[in-house]
Structure formats: structure tokens, C-alpha cells
Design a protein around this ligand. Structure first.
Ligand code: AP5
Length: 219
């Protein structure tokens, strides 16, 4: 039968594994991945006005102002007709309210939980492949070939000092966002191998698809 397009949000502290799980989710489900972190890094790399403004906040581990972020996300959402996967958005009450005002709501809000002391090790060892965009970790998810290893880059905000600031920003905003999405929130233990974390997420999505099919059948 007809399947409603999935609308999923994924949230969690810096380096909790949002980007890693999103890679796996979009491989399996045909969703538009919207990562505000990735979109902002692309603006910075392109040297746009928004990028120049965003860079200062990102380097301090603070939230980029809504004038930059909100319109950027809304534009992407408007083109995501086959469903979406929002990664790192909304990150504050005002961002959640902006979506609520447009009647944009998720079916499922995934919260990845990982202890702080684990997050620091993940941040420091993270590397990115600028060619494929893939996320690696020197210990937990090493590059497949020496060729890839040679071209990996490190994010400017991936230091022990900066992750502390990013964590402070996260903890001062997360509760107000969780309050908005409480009825559709599922907490997932992110402190396990990424395939195990993904298996839990697959189960949640399967459950969600069964429920929406049932609702459509009743209607
Ligand atoms: P963003 O890029 O979203 O950064 P973040 O929230 O700090 O999250 P990360 O990208 O650091 O981590 P992740 O959870 O995706 O983890 P990953 O999968 O890479 O935002 C950057 C900045 O942009 C913000 O600080 C802010 O300034 C700005 N910004 C973004 N959104 C904004 C918004 N809405 N409003 C305003 N400003 C905004 O994994 C991390 C590492 O761990 C990797 O090396 C990975 O290989 C490894 N790993 C992953 N899973 C596992 C596992 N299960 N076991 C072992 N290792 C694992």
C-alpha cells in the first residue's frame, strides 16, 4: 500500500554518532538528510557571507544565529518530498518553535545517549574524508585504504578544549527541545558499536511504519 514519507529527527551531544547513524539510515531508507552542521561547513568552505558569520560561532562552540540557520533548513525541507532526516536541528527552543509554527513535525525523535567522557575520545579521533564526506575515527572506524587515510582532514572545532564548550551549549539547550518532542522521543544507547545502535534505530523505524500503515488502513 501507500507509505507515508518518513519524518525523523536525530539529536544527541557532540560526537554522539548522529552523522554516523544518518549515513546508515539514508543508505536504507530513501530520505533527504539535512545536517545543519554539514550545511554550515559547506557555507564556510564556499566563503559566503553566511559562512563567514557562522564560522565565528562554530569555532567558539556556540549556536549560529537563527537568521542564518532557520531559512537554510526551511529551504531544504521544502524540497524533501520523499521524507526527511533532520540531523542537529532544531537545537534550541526558538528553532523548534519556528518548525511548530509551520506545522512541521517529526514522526520520531531519536535521542542518542553517550557519556561525556566517551564523547571527548570520539571528537579527538574523528576524521573526515573531503572527497566522499564519510566520517571516520582513527581507532573505532579507521579508513579502508592508505589512499583514503592520506587525505583525511580534522574539523577545526574537534579539540578537547572546544568540545567542552560545545557540550555546554548542548546541555543548556537540549531540555527545552526535548520538552517539545516528548511524545515522539525514543532514547537510544549510543555507547555501543555503530551496527548495534543502527539495529535499534531500524527497529524503531519498522515499528513506526507498522503504526502509520495501521492508521492509514483504519482511515
Ligand atoms: P555539528 O556538525 O552538528 O556538530 P555536533 O552536534 O557537535 O555533532 P558532531 O558532528 O560533532 O557529532 P555527531 O553526533 O554527528 O557524531 P559522528 O557521527 O561524527 O555542528 C557543528 C556546529 O555547527 C555547532 O557547534 C554549531 O556552531 C553549528 N550548528 C549546527 N547545527 C546548528 C543549529 N541547529 N543551530 C545553530 N548552530 C548550529 O561521530 C563522532 C566520532 O565518533 C566519529 O569519529 C565516528 O567515527 C565515531 N563514532 C560514531 N559512532 C560510534 C560508535 N557507535 N562507536 C564508536 N565510535 C563511533
Amino acid at each position: 500500500g501507500e507509505v507515508a514519507p518518513l519524518r525523523i529527527m536525530i539529536s544527541g551531544a557532540p560526537a554522539s554518532g548522529k552523522g554516523t547513524q544518518c549515513e546508515l539510515i539514508v543508505q536504507q531508507y530513501n530520505l533527504t538528510h539535512i545536517s545543519t552542521g554539514d550545511l554550515l561547513r559547506a557555507e564556510v568552505a564556499a566563503g559566503t557571507e553566511n559562512g563567514k558569520l557562522a564560522q565565528e560561532y562554530m569555532q567558539r562552540g556556540e549556536l549560529v544565529p537563527n537568521d542564518v540557520v532557520v531559512a537554510m533548513v526551511e529551504k531544504k525541507l521544502a524540497s524533501a518530498t520523499n521524507g526527511w532526516l533532520l540531523d542537529g536541528y532544531p537545537r534550541s527552543l526558538s528553532q523548534a518553535e519556528a518548525l511548530e509554527n509551520m506545522n512541521i513535525r517529526p514522526h520520531l525523535f531519536i535521542l542518542l545517549e553517550v557519556p561525556d567522557e566517551i564523547l571527548v575520545g570520539r571528537v579527538v579521533g574523528r576524521r573526515l574524508d573531503p572527497v566522499t564526506g564519510k566520517i571516520y575515527h582513527l581507532m573505532y572506524s579507521p579508513p579502508e585504504t592508505p589512499e583514503i587515510a592520506a587525505r583525511l582532514i580534522q574539523r577545526g572545532d574537534d579539540t578537547e578544549e572546544k568540545v567542552k564548550l560545545r557540550l555546554e551549549t548542548y546541555y543548556s539547550n537540549v531540555q527545552s527541545v526535548l520538552d517539545v518532542y516528548k511524545p515522539v522521543t525514543k532514547v537510544v544507547d549510543g555507547n555501543r558499536p555503530k551496527t548495534e545502535v543502527f539495529a535499534d534505530i531500524q527497529n524503531l523505524i519498522t515499528e513506526l511504519q507498522r503504526e502509520t500503515e495501521k492508521a492509514v488502513a483504519q482511515f
